[in-house]
Structure formats: structure tokens, C-alpha cells
Write a protein that binds this ligand. Structure first.
Ligand code: GDP
Ligand code: MN
Length: 400
């Protein structure tokens, strides 16, 4: 389960960022209407182009649209063709392996000059929390299906640990560039590209950069033909430009609402809705619900703010998921008093006219008072002090 939230940005934004650091990217322009796309194609002044749907998902090439159009990455030759296809992409949902049936709405297209790629490699830089460092993952077998490569030929993927402060040495950069399968002519630029990507990663508080494919063109230029960036939400305050690129149309509307209220919302597939305070408690709750044969439907982490307002908002979000047949509240009342939380739970249950059972496990100051309040409320609220008992009951009452 992911506790840290990340911002993702569109490919055309990533490309502009790369370009501003001198990293090779194809010439291109983004457009928000078929007419704009037509003009962008005219400006490129070439008959070898790629039209790319901008939606925050991978696997666009192998995806399809809700109107039947195949592939979010199309080879095109004329501005007319660009205009026609853009009309079929813009405002439509692109469905990929990653989005599932819901798809992601396409709000822009990116028209780029098509360069012939001699090689298609894969390169990513990720945070390696366990070792407090970063890791570079490299494979000469890039292109569309790196997951497939990982399964069939794991040895084709190499991992390099990089010390956050020391960065990527020249030696390491050359080693990785060779691993990526660049020709002799392109290795120096490949090495430089890797070092620059690492610099961007650090400068911009990225949590992940994925270039796939990273290519060498016929002219032996190194080019990033697709880039996916994630940034650490906690760095939003010092990365205002990057965060101004947020596109909320790409986010789950419920998660957008949650973040507005300072709540952390994670959707899963089960039937037990979970409300917790703190990431650690979320993990523990997840484990214990599973232990008793249940599956969490979602998690709402109210953090330190278990006020009546946040609890009500949290319940509201939890029950947007139709599968939820019971709610499990697991709150540690270290800073907040249990009776205050109980009051919030009772109010929220009444205000929302909640019909499903809510099992409440509270711990901390004024537990006895809280228990009494809940028991006397006459609502479908069941209080338990013991974590196992509470989880068992939530699973049982959830009935699935
Ligand atoms: P993804 O499917 O979401 O990862 O989208 P990509 O941007 O990676 O596009 C899928 C595939 O289309 C890539 O693996 C390339 O083979 C090809 N492709 C994408 N962009 C370009 C480009 O600018 N030039 C060329 N020649 N091929 C491209
Ligand atoms: Mn790609």
C-alpha cells in the first residue's frame, strides 16, 4: 500500500523539463483542440510524425479509446490526419492495462517529429527507501513492455545503487550507457544524459523518472521518446512550478476531494471500509482485516485531524464505494481524546443516516467514556478495545 502521494505530470511537460536541461527530446508541440493540433503539425513541417494522447497512464501505445479507436500513440503523416485523429482522442477515454476499464480522459495531444530509433532502451531512477539511496534501473530491451522483459529475461535488467549525495560518477554513467546498448558514437551523450536525468531527479524532488524508450537515433543522437515523472507531494511547497502542472482531471475525483480535506484516501477491492489515523495504523489494520478473512475496500487516513468534520467527510468518501458493507474505525487517541472521536462518529453516523455497521476500535484517553457514549447512542456502532476482536467483528458484520 502506498502511503506517500506522488504527483504525475503529462509527457509533454516532462519533455519540456528535459529539454530545459539540455536532454534530447523529439521536436513537438502540445494541443488541446483538433485545430491546435493541425497547426502544431503544420509547424513541425515534416511528414513523419507521432500523435500521442496525453493521459496519465503507461501503456498508451497498446491501449484503445472508449470510441473504438486503437492506440494512444499513432504514426501520422499529414496535418489533416493529425486533426482527424485528435478529434477522436480529445475528450475521450483512453483505456490501458494500467487504467482498467474506467480509462483516463484525454485532455491534450502531443504532436512530435518522428525520428527513427536504432535502439529502444529502458532507464528509470527511483527512490530506494530501504537503503536511503536512489536506484537506476537499466535495460537495453526497452520499448513497450518492460514488465514482460522482467518476467521472461530478468537478467536483461540491471540495477545500480546510487549514493544520493555523490551522484552518478563518470565511470558509472559510461557503464550504464554501455549496458543500454548505445553504439560507440552515442555512449558519451548517453552517459551525459544519465547524469543530467539524475540531476533533474534531485533538483525537482522526483520520486521516479522513467524513460521508455530511451533511444539512439539514426544520427546517433540520444533521445527520450517517452518520459514519466513522479514528484514527492511533500515537496510541493518548494516545487511550485512542477506542482502547477497538476492535472486534476487525471485523478480520482474522490481522492481529489480527500486531499482537499487533508485526508489520505486509498482505494482497494474488498468490502470493509477502513478509517484510521496514521500510516502505521493503516498497515496494521490492513494486516489484521486480512488475517480474519476480510478484504479492505479502502483506507481513509485522517492523520492527526480526527475532528467531527473530517470523520464525516471520511465516512462519506468511504461509502462512495458500493461494495462497502461494514466500516472498521481504528483510531489511536494519543493526541485526540476518545470521547471527542466518539462524538464525531456518532454525529457522522446520524448526519449521513448510515445503515451499515461500524466497528470502532479506540485506544487512549477517556476510552471508557467514549465506549459508554457509543453504546448508548442506539446506532449501529460497535465498540471494541482489542484489535483482533474488532477486526473479527468488522469482517463478520461485513458478511462477505
Ligand atoms: P506508452 O505506451 O504509454 O509507454 O507510450 P510511448 O510514448 O512509450 O509510445 C509507445 C511506443 O511508440 C514507443 O515504445 C516507441 O516505440 C513508439 N514511439 C513513441 N514516441 C515516439 C517517437 O517520438 N518517435 C518514434 N520513432 N517512436 C515513438
Ligand atoms: Mn513508454
Amino acid at each position: 500500500m502506498q502511503q506517500v502521494r506522488h504527483l504525475s505530470i503529462h509527457e509533454y511537460r516532462s519533455a519540456a523539463l528535459l529539454k530545459s536541461y539540455g536532454v534530447g527530446v523529439p521536436r513537438g508541440e502540445a494541443a488541446r483542440s483538433p485545430e491546435e493540433a493541425y497547426k502544431a503539425a503544420k509547424d513541425l513541417n515534416t511528414n513523419e510524425m507521432v500523435l500521442k494522447a496525453q493521459a496519465l497512464t503507461g501503456g498508451r501505445g497498446k491501449g484503445h479509446f472508449d470510441n473504438g479507436l486503437q492506440s494512444g500513440v499513432r504514426l501520422v503523416e499529414t496535418p489533416e490526419e493529425v486533426k482527424e485523429l485528435s478529434a477522436k482522442m480529445l475528450g475521450h477515454k483512453l483505456i490501458t492495462k494500467q487504467t482498467g476499464e474506467a480509462g483516463k480522459i484525454v485532455t491534450a495531444v502531443y504532436v512530435v517529429e518522428r525520428k527513427y530509433a536504432l535502439t529502444e532502451a529502458y532507464l528509470s531512477i527511483v527512490m530506494d527507501r530501504k537503503n536511503q539511496s536512489t536506484m537506476i534501473i537499466a535495460s537495453a530491451q526497452g520499448g513497450m513492455d518492460i514488465e514482460g522483459v522482467a518476467k521472461k529475461d530478468p537478467n536483461a535488467i540491471k540495477k545500480y545503487s546510487v549514493d544520493l549525495e555523490a551522484g552518478v560518477s563518470d565511470d558509472l554513467a559510461f557503464e550504464i550507457a554501455s549496458q543500454l546498448g548505445f553504439t560507440k558514437d552515442a555512449i558519451p551523450q548517453g552517459a551525459k544524459t544519465i547524469q543530467t536525468l539524475y540531476q533533474i531527479f534531485k533538483d525537482k524532488d522526483a520520486t521516479q523518472i522513467e524513460i521508455n524508450p530511451l533511444t539512439e537515433t539514426k544520427q546517433h543522437e540520444v533521445m527520450c521518446m517517452d518520459a514519466k515523472f513522479n514528484f514527492d507531494d511533500n515537496a510541493a511547497f518548494r516545487q511550485q512550478e512542477v506542482f502547477s502542472w497538476r492535472d486534476v482531471t487525471q485523478e480520482d475525483p474522490d481522492e481529489v476531494v480527500a486531499s482537499k480535506y487533508g485526508l489520505n484516501f486509498i482505494k482497494l477491492n474488498g468490502n470493509v471500509g477502513c478509517l484510521v489515523n496514521g500510516a502505521g495504523l493503516a498497515m496494521a489494520t490492513m494486516d489484521v482485516v486480512k488475517l480474519y478473512g476480510g478484504e479492505p475496500a479502502n483506507f481513509l487516513d485522517v492523520g492527526g485531524a480526527a475532528t467531527p468534520e473530517t470523520i464525516e467527510k471520511a465516512f462519506e468518501l468511504i461509502i462512495t464505494e458500493k461494495n462497502v458493507s461494514a466500516i472498521f474505525v481504528n483510531i489511536f487517541g494519543g493526541i485526540v481524546r476518545c470521547d471527542y472521536v466518539a462524538d464525531g462518529l456518532i454525529q457522522a453516523t446520524k448526519n449521513l443516516g448510515l445503515k451499515i455497521p461500524v466497528v470502532v476500535r479506540l485506544q487512549g484517553t477517556n476510552f471508557e467514556i467514549a465506549k459508554d457514549m457509543i453504546n448508548k447512542s442506539g446506532l449501529k456502532l460497535y465498540v471494541e478495545e482489542d484489535l483482533d476482536e474488532a477486526a473479527k467483528k468488522a469482517v463478520e458484520l461485513g458478511g462477505k
